[in-house]
Ligand binder design. Structure first.
Ligand code: FES
Length: 118
């Protein structure tokens, strides 16, 4: 495990996320107030890139595709494919993949950069 520069701090905005890649690994980074976070970048349900439309609310990230929701501090699933527009469809899609938590990466600030341990 080594610390890698993920993104310049000035590119982050409060309540927003960005996608960064390290080789084949995709990581979502973001900021909530003075807190920075980094998680695996793809939803555990059907691999949608969470930074592409994912919404932060109540310290959780919600996938825009079928609305699976994960806590940003420990990656725990709080909802799995509820798909509120048509819950029976969400329930069916939810069964297509096993419910899994989101991987969380340690972060630190080094100079102008947010670094993650990867
Ligand atoms: S891909 Fe994210 S909830 Fe289905």
């Amino acid at each position: 495990m080594t610390w890698k520069n993920a993104i310049k701090l000035k590119r982050l905005k409060d309540g927003k996320t960005k996608m960064v890649t390290f080789g084949l690994k995709t990581v979502m980074v973001g900021q909530i107030g003075e807190h920075y976070f980094a998680t695996e970048g793809l939803c555990r349900h059907m691999r949608w890139p969470l930074a592409w439309g994912g919404k932060i609310k109540d310290d959780c990230i919600r996938c825009p595709l079928h609305q699976s929701t994960y806590q940003l501090d420990d990656g725990k699933v709080t909802e799995w494919s509820p798909f509120p527009l048509f819950p029976p469809y969400g329930k069916l899609l939810g069964k297509l993949s096993k419910q899994k938590d989101l991987k969380i990466y340690e972060t630190r600030i080094n100079g102008d950069y947010l670094q993650i341990e990867i």
